[in-house]
Design a protein around this ligand. Structure first.
Ligand code: FNR
Length: 378
């Protein structure tokens, strides 16, 4: 199969992965309306084609929080990457670093912080979930800081897990006993755990590192499910703001009022995101939420955007709608699941090429010049 896009990687990943893992990646919440609109609404953003402006000196790079990025994209935090490819977090982070962009390690990674960060050649970003066990959060922050992580991505749109029908049907979620039976019955050539940093198989990354011993995936998901914290409010974030010395980005903002609160709170940036349509179905797509948020923020802090970015043209569209940079989610996960590190590297090369085409044919030579003037106002 010839692969020339993220959607080709999606098709290839579906062939390779056991169904429960493919649907965990691919699926969204409830009827998946927001999931579909995320992609469709970016595709609907029309750009003004401009020609004959000498685009031979085109530059896709940008700077964010003092770091140079070869394209305005960051690999989004994704839980359980190490289940989609052996040592998936290590492979994806290496591909990102080789392409010159940051990788964000999820709280719920298979490989722990200490395994992924060293030897990367650039600082890793770290994502933190709000969990009832504040001891876990503090421990994770301390370890991320010790490992030299630069930017903290603090995800706030998961005070409760989303209702995902595909996961319930596949056995990925559900009552603990049933889930445990299901997990124990699963074997598949594409699904293999690696031996972790401390030599034990089936390590469960940052959570095992905190709790001391690996407990198996069903217990892990059970612990996680019962540890999301619906009581979280801006006040709870203050100790993290005090503790984390580097840039802090709040992920999961979809409303201009919340974006203004993030500015007041002292965040360095926000991620306009609906978690890839995995949390509350029916909320605005990222493409539709962006313009009003950019208006509200007025350049005071950085705006990152994800949910529906599938190619380099979408990156240009998101920036034209008001983002400074984008996060890639499923696009890179499908590539990782298909061909590991080489797949992610290839995907990033494709995205950069697509960006170059989009910039050339809209006549913008640098990322800083991508703005609302590129949009066809309908
Ligand atoms: C995610 N996402 C996510 N976000 C986060 O903050 N922590 C996490 O552990 C995860 N885990 C995760 C797993 C899987 C399988 C997916 C698909 C997504 C959300 C992710 O960071 C990002 O917001 C979305 O993936 C963006 O949407 P697209 O680009 O995938 O449509």
């Amino acid at each position: 199969m010839i692969i020339s896009s993220a959607s080709d990687y999606r098709a290839a990943a579906q062939k390779r992965l056991p169904p429960f893992l493919f649907h965990y990646i691919d699926g969204g919440a409830y009827a998946e309306q927001t999931l579909k609109r995320n992609v469709a609404d970016y595709a609907d953003v029309a750009l003004r084609q401009r020609v004959l402006k000498d685009m031979s000196q085109l530059d896709t790079s940008t700077e964010l929080f003092g770091e140079k990025l070869s394209i305005p994209a960051i690999l989004a935090p994704v839980g359980l990457l190490g289940m989609f490819a052996r040592r998936g977090e290590v492979q994806a982070s290496r591909a990102a670093a080789a392409h010159g962009i940051p990788f964000t390690l999820s709280t719920v990674s298979v490989c722990p912080i200490e395994e992924v960060a060293p030897g990367l050649g650039r600082p890793m970003w770290f994502q933190l979930y709000v969990l009832k066990d504040r001891g876990f959060m503090k421990n994770a922050l301390e370890r991320a800081q010790a490992a030299g992580c630069s930017t903290l991505v603090f995800t706030v749109d998961m005070p409760v897990p989303g209702a995902r029908y595909r996961d319930a049907h596949s056995g990925m979620s559900g009552p603990n006993a049933a889930m445990r039976r299901y997990w124990q019955s699963v074997t598949h050539p594409a699904w293999s755990w690696d031996v972790g940093l401390n030599g034990r198989p089936h390590d469960l990354g940052n959570i095992s590192a905190y709790r001391g011993s690996p407990t198996g995936l069903a217990d892990y998901i059970g612990w996680l499910g019962s540890n999301f914290d619906p009581s979280i409010s801006w006040k709870d974030l203050e100790w993290i703001r005090d503790f984390w010395k580097g840039p802090m980005v709040i992920k999961g903002i979809l409303d201009p009022e919340d974006a203004k609160d993030a500015v007041r709170f002292g965040a360095d940036g926000i991620v306009v995101s609906n978690h890839g349509g995995r949390q509350l179905d029916g909320v605005l797509s990222s493409a539709r939420a962006l313009p009003a948020i950019a208006d509200a923020v007025k350049g005071q802090i950085k705006i990152l955007a994800d949910s529906g970015i599938r190619n380099g043209l979408d990156i240009v569209r998101a920036i034209a709608l008001g983002a400074d940079a984008t996060l890639l989610g499923r696009a890179f996960i499908y590539a990782l699941a298909t061909s590991g590190q080489a797949g992610v590297k290839h995907l990033l090369e494709l995205m950069e090429k697509e960006m170059r085409v989009a910039m050339t044919l809209t006549s913008v030579a640098k990322v800083a010049d991508i703005n609302g003037d590129l949009l066809v106002r309908q």
